[in-house]
Design a protein around this ligand. Structure first.
Ligand code: DLL
Length: 434
């Protein structure tokens, strides 16, 4: 099902034409309306007329999160505050939030993008959509709410938390689509099991999960435990929230709404552009924003782009799974790795549950990694100590072979790792502690 088939299936030439037109307009618009960009252009000796086509995008400066912080609160806005109809902000818990602003037209464009995505995931008018992302300054809940509502589905804005009440609503209203983070989906699935409810007695058929990584292994767990198809959804506050990209039912990459978000992949160290297929940092230029247009915004998310045809018929370019962030890549004893790599290895063991914490420690000036992970309650209760020790041994060997260095695995009692209702905190860096 398509929301805007014409745009979602444009030829490459047609899409390039749209992107070029908007890139030229946006370049002129920010030069004239955002002092921050005017100064950057002047410093680089650049004029908007120098941008004649997409190939000139590399002449434009990057924008980073610290630029947004330095210009807090309204410094990146291209419109006066009176034209702003909505504010959202990043979910960070320390310091000032990173805000994003919308004019009425920006809100309409946002609805359009999220509605396309909800349709791509297969939401229909007859669906009952339970929005279990948190309704706060965070964009997740409001974005999904708007998209599902525009399709005409029934929207239940439960927000996150109060898990038993969520499940009661699912039962009473026949929820068919669950919108939440992957870690909250697992928390809900676990509670359903504890309450003795059979997943087949629920009407759930689809999960749209975003705001944090969902490895293939975690996807399988969610799909099996809830009896649904689970799709990945991507976005970030600075880009306006969800609506940037989503997986179609082919599950082979996230289609990007390229007429609004122009993607590039760069080497995060040299900032040089990388060709399709190569892994690097995703950078977006917002092509149609009025309130807070950003050019070449460094997402810090690591992935690659794919432009081969997709079985769903859409021609929108795709990005692969987000394998990590250039800024939260863990560097231990000189080896770089992403928590998602470790998650894949661990969930490959059927005894292991998707609840874990990675603790980085320093011992005698050397880095050590301790991974605390839960097993299924049955295994914990019934397996002899020897069997648990064997499992630890097997996991440590596999982690060493795949990630490249030794980590200590500690199997902990079921239900001792805090459950998440939003984005899970999986890494605790204790290396700076005395
Ligand atoms: O997480 C927006 C969102 C809400 C997206 C709901 C999808 C669904 P922020 O709180 O600003 O915004 O966090 C953005 O979260 O740069 C990624 O690192 C991470 N992230 C978002 N979606 C995914 C995903 C929202 N599907 C940051 N896979 C991004 C992996 C994701 N990481």
């Amino acid at each position: 099902m398509f929301w805007d088939k014409k745009t979602e299936c444009l030829s490459r030439d047609e899409m390039t034409h749209i992107q070029e037109t908007h890139l030229k307009k946006t370049t002129k618009y920010i030069f004239e309306n955002v002092a921050f960009y005017k100064q950057k252009f002047d410093k680089a000796g650049l004029h908007p007329d120098d941008i004649k086509g997409l190939e000139d995008i590399t002449r434009l400066p990057f924008t980073t999160k610290s630029d947004l912080r330095d210009n807090y609160p309204y410094g990146m806005c291209a419109v006066p505050p009176s034209h702003i109809v909505r504010v959202h902000a990043s979910s960070g818990t320390t310091g000032k939030p990173t805000p994003v602003f919308y004019t009425a037209q920006d809100l309409e464009n946002w609805v359009n993008c999220v509605t396309r995505n909800c349709c791509m995931a297969g939401i229909r008018q007859i669906d009952v959509c339970q929005i279990a992302f948190r309704y706060t300054l965070f964009t997740g809940a409001f974005g999904h709410h708007l998209g599902a509502e525009r399709i005409g589905a029934t929207v239940i804005p439960t927000s996150s938390g109060q898990t038993e009440r969520q499940i009661m609503m699912m039962q009473d209203f026949g929820t068919t689509v669950l919108h939440c983070t992957p870690s909250y989906a697992i928390t809900i699935a676990e509670r359903i099991r504890e309450m003795g409810i059979n997943k087949n007695d629920l009407s759930l058929r689809l999960g749209i999960h975003g705001a944090e990584p969902m490895s293939e292994e975690l996807r399988t767990e969610i799909e099996e435990r809830l009896g649904i198809t689970a799709l990945r959804d991507y976005g970030m506050t600075e880009l306006g929230g969800p609506g940037t990209s989503i997986e179609c039912l082919e599950k082979n990459g996230y289609h990007i709404n390229e007429d609004f978000f122009y993607p590039e992949i760069i080497d995060p160290d040299t900032c040089e552009p990388l060709p399709d297929g190569q892994t690097g940092e995703l950078v977006f230029t917002l092509l149609q924003k009025e309130a807070m247009p950003l050019i070449r915004y460094r997402s810090r998310d690591i992935t690659h782009l794919e432009s081969e045809p997709c079985g769903c018929g859409r021609t929108l370019v795709r990005h692969g799974p987000i394998i990590g962030r250039s800024d939260d890549m863990l560097i231990v004893g000189g080896v770089n790795f992403f928590p998602s790599q470790l998650e894949c290895v661990m969930l490959g063991f059927e005894e292991i549950e998707p609840h874990y914490v990675i603790r980085l420690k320093k011992k005698k000036r050397l880095d050590h990694v301790l991974v605390e992970v839960e097993t299924a309650p049955d295994f914990w209760t019934n397996a002899p100590k020897k069997k648990i020790a064997e499992l630890v041994q097997k996991m440590e060997t596999k982690v060493k072979n795949i990630i490249g260095f030794s980590m200590k695995i500690d199997i902990v009692e079921p239900f001792t790792i805090p459950r998440s209702e939003g984005k899970a905190q999986r890494v605790v860096d204790e290396r700076m502690k005395k």
